[in-house]
Ligand binder design. Structure first.
Ligand code: NAI
Length: 803
């Protein structure tokens, strides 16, 4: 049975976000709370919970008191009310009498065990009940932990898992019914350890974040920046609920201490970004915004100073091993945090998850770590890691007992309190937790992952290795690259064989920016494919598909007055993209993340797109004082003529393109990209990032039979009449102060291209004609000092200059 209608009860932070995301999947959802929820805040929230404002129409609202009977029509009922067992159970008792016999009920609880939630409820209710633990914000955080038990109907679990994977795009991880499930169990341990050790070692918050950040493949917010983001008061709150349910002797209990500094911060409203400030704060005294940070020893704020640690520098070349063996305090800190966190993670399998893959996935998708704990141990070398733990244990003082957990039942009122004394500072902090976990012992010889000729194997709790298998429909370039050589390759791009006669063009330049090497690779690819392959997918696994043309090269050439060089790049791009468009095989673009400027233009030249739902596409050239010069104007004109959203002849498509390109519009999702025709009606959207390549490949294969390249379009453009209309619009914006003087110059150049230059409706223009207009206007703009100033500013600050 498909899931066709969902209900969410509780319209707070999580319930409203979950309802919005179900609407993003195109599924009607009923949202109930004590009083009727208002949907306004969903439309205003930033980051947006909705992928398109119109999705809000799929959400209907009501109250628990009046509208529970409507739940009889729902296939899945999600409870996301206040974290109190008694209140949740009272609701379940009502749901048990209302829900359809095959409907699933799930809780979004983050801390109440499954067995407590279903205690005393009818058996058939328990068989259709599970925990579905979303992370905040539900649209963007990919992890979904599902907790079931022996009582749960496996078909119900499979049905919900499938739906969340395919329709909601979640990385579904099966968890056992243990405290904090997987990600928070390890995540809280990691945060507590990182904070306490930073204080113990006398690091600044900047130093700590520089270590427990990028060098470990953790977002650069590190641990203090992350705490500011999620709220400093959250940790004691989570710790309290963990405290009551963790098994005695668990190493996390030793971390329950909330340092006095942090307690004071919470008590005085310094709870992070949502409060008066946190470990970092922006001081707005005197108008200027000054970033300050707290002194972890004294609690005083001063101007934030960037960290200068040799260990962090060493890690750039030497990776994690260089970091943890470096003698400076950053190296010592890295070891203290990693040794304890990774040892803890290793000790928890199979208690919290059946295998290491579940744990790695949970940390990657729930905490945005680039590598899971077991991948990190492999980077250090399992044997070397275990040996150093043993050496630490041999020199450490005896384990320091953690606070004895006060155990309550059920609701948070009965939770044990945290111990508020400072953490022990002595050297004993290193090796506590004792002994080498059995799983790590088994990994010593060959590591957690073994890469053989054609497959990767992972270590199981029984000591045997098992081949890593992705579910059907999941295809990752990273997997393939481990065991294959590229068909073609240079420094910026490679071509891979992804099977069944399909090749994949991957960019791997810095930020996947497009440079002459990528353009060369495109031309080589177009010549190469017909010999052995039948279709091409353009795809990569960077966080962004492409940030656009390499602006550094442009500045370099412009500063030297190398206009021929610039001219060559414009022509090479036009040539490469035209070659792709008219190649004798289907070309599918499969973007995820940002696809800007030249990165958008390449997509506009593909036969079809299969875009990840989280794709942010736009022609942003005006922001750097330019206009699209690689066929972007031409393709947009063609699209808006082919698929006019309103009738009315030749002018509306031109004006629409002007509206989109002149203000550097970026669509905030793939769904929104359809509004601008960056995606056409026949282009597809994949919700789950891991399914993107397989979906794109299937789309490519479906086009192979009888494939013919597109017919070159013929343009009828209005010429001067349209140009004048666009110039008048720009002048209005100038008068209203919405456009800067140089915005007007760029807009006028754009107006020349989009209106077709010196032409009128009776004439026909070819693609070559429009490309020539793009080229000419681009070359004029690029010579202006204002353009150079915009490009340089973008390179230096990442932000547009409004000159
Ligand atoms: P919230 O406080 O934002 O929303 C809770 C909602 O429950 C409110 O709209 C409230 O009106 C409603 N409610 C309160 N008393 C009720 C009652 N007696 N009967 C029915 N509804 C009642 O809480 P939040 O953060 O959305 O949490 C909801 C659930 O999600 C909790 O179980 C929490 O543990 C879990 N969770 C929260 C996460 C987060 O980051 N906030 C992350 C993952 C899970």
């Amino acid at each position: 049975m498909n899931i066709q209608k969902v209900a969410v009860i509780g319209a707070g932070v999580m319930g409203a976000g979950i309802a919005a995301h179900i609407a993003n999947a195109g599924i009607p959802v009923l949202l109930l709370d004590l009083t009727t929820p208002t949907l306004d805040k969903l439309l205003k929230a930033d980051p947006a919970p909705l992928m398109h404002p119109k999705n809000v129409r799929l959400i209907t609202t009501g109250t628990i008191a009046d509208d529970l009977p409507a739940l009889a029509q729902c296939d899945w009922i999600i409870e996301a009310i206040v974290e109190r067992l008694a209140i949740k159970q009272e609701l379940y008792r009502k749901l048990a009498t209302i829900r359809r016999a095959d409907a699933v009920v799930s809780s979004n609880t983050s801390s109440i065990p499954l067995h407590e939630l279903v205690a005393g409820l009818p058996e058939d209710f328990a068989a259709h009940f599970m925990i579905t633990h979303f992370f905040n914000p539900p649209r963007y955080m990919r992890l979904l932990e599902i907790v079931s038990s022996a009582q749960t109907d496996p078909d119900a679990v499979a049905k919900i898992s499938q739906f969340c994977d395919h329709k909601l795009g979640k990385g579904v991880v099966a968890c056992k019914d243990t405290p904090g499930f997987i990600a928070n169990r390890i995540g809280i341990f990691w945060i507590q350890t990182a904070i306490q050790e930073a204080i113990a070692l006398g690091l600044t918050v900047e130093e700590a974040d520089a270590v427990v950040g990028k060098p470990m493949g953790i977002p650069k917010t590190g641990v203090f920046g992350l705490s500011d983001l999620v709220g400093i008061d959250l940790m004691p709150h989570l710790m309290r609920s963990m405290n009551r349910s963790l098994p005695a002797g668990d190493a996390l209990l030793e971390k329950a201490t909330i340092p006095p500094l942090i307690q004071t911060m919470i008590d005085t409203g310094y709870t992070g970004r949502k409060g008066k400030g946190g470990f970092y704060r922006l001081n707005r005294d005197g108008g200027a915004k000054i970033k300050e940070s707290i002194n972890l020893q004294t609690g005083e704020y001063s101007i934030s100073q960037p960290a200068k640690l040799n260990s962090v520098k060493a890690a750039r070349d030497g990776g994690l091993p260089a970091l943890i063996t470096h003698p400076d305090k950053g190296g010592q800190y890295a070891w203290r945090v990693l040794s304890q966190t990774l040892r803890y993670a290793a000790a928890l399998v199979p208690e919290i998850a059946d295998d290491i893959c579940a744990v790695n996935t949970a940390m990657k998708l729930g905490y945005n770590w680039k590598f899971g704990p077991f991948e990190l141990i492999d980077q250090l070398g399992a044997e070397a890691f275990a040996r150093r733990l043993e050496a630490d244990d041999a020199t450490a003082s005896p384990p320091i007992p953690g606070p004895s957990p006060a155990r309550g039942e059920g609701s948070e009122e009965a939770l044990g309190d945290c111990v508020l004394s400072p953490p022990p500072l002595a050297g004993g902090g290193l090796g506590r937790g004792g002994n080498i976990p059995p799983l790590l012992e088994k990994a010593r010889e060959q590591g957690f992952y073994r890469h053989a000729a054609n497959a990767t194997h992972y270590l199981q709790p029984d000591g045997t290795y098992r081949p890593l298998q992705r579910p059907p429909g999941v295809l990752l370039l990273a997997d393939l690259k481990r065991h294959a050589e590229p068909l073609l390759s240079n420094d910026a791009a490679s071509l891979w064989d992804i099977g069944d006669g399909v090749a994949c063009l991957e960019f791997h330049s810095k930020m996947n920016s497009l440079d002459p090497q990528i353009l060369e690779m495109i031309e080589e690819t177009v010549a190469f494919i017909p010999q052995h392959h039948q279709a091409l997918v353009i795809y990569n696994e960077g966080s962004n598909f492409s940030a656009g043309a390499n602006l550094g090269l442009l500045v370099f050439a412009a500063k030297l007055g190398g206009w021929d060089e610039v001219d060559n790049i414009v022509r090479a791009g036009q040539r490469a993209y035209q070659a792709l468009k008219y190649a004798p095989f289907p070309v599918i673009g499969a973007p995820s993340g940002m696809a800007l400027g030249g990165g958008c233009e390449i997509l506009l030249h593909c036969d079809a797109l299969q875009a990840h739902a989280e794709t942010y596409v736009g022609l942003v050239e005006t922001g750097v004082g330019l206009i699209p010069g690689w066929g972007g104007c031409k393709e947009m004109l063609h699209r808006w003529t082919q698929f006019p959203k309103r009738p009315g002849g030749f002018l509306p498509p031109v004006l629409k393109c002007f509206e989109i390109i002149s203000v550097a519009t970026v669509a905030k999702s793939a769904q929104e990209a359809r509004d601008y025709l960056f995606l056409r009606p026949h282009d597809g959207i994949t919700m789950n990032r891991d399914r993107l390549l397989a979906d794109a490949k299937a789309r490519a294969l479906a086009m192979v039979d009888g494939y013919r390249p597109p017919e070159p379009p013929v343009f009828h453009l209005p010429g001067a009449t349209a140009r004048v209309a666009m110039e008048m619009a720009v002048n209005d914006f100038r008068v209203q102060g919405k456009a800067t003087p140089y915005d007007a110059v760029i807009a006028k150049a754009l107006a020349v291209v989009l209106s077709g230059g010196d032409t009128d409706i009776t004439e026909t223009l070819s693609e070559t004609d429009v490309l020539a207009l793009e080229h000419a206007q681009f070359m004029q703009l690029v010579r202006n000092p204002e353009t150079l100033a915009r490009v340089s500013h973008m390179l230096e600050t990442g932000k547009p200059l409004r000159n």
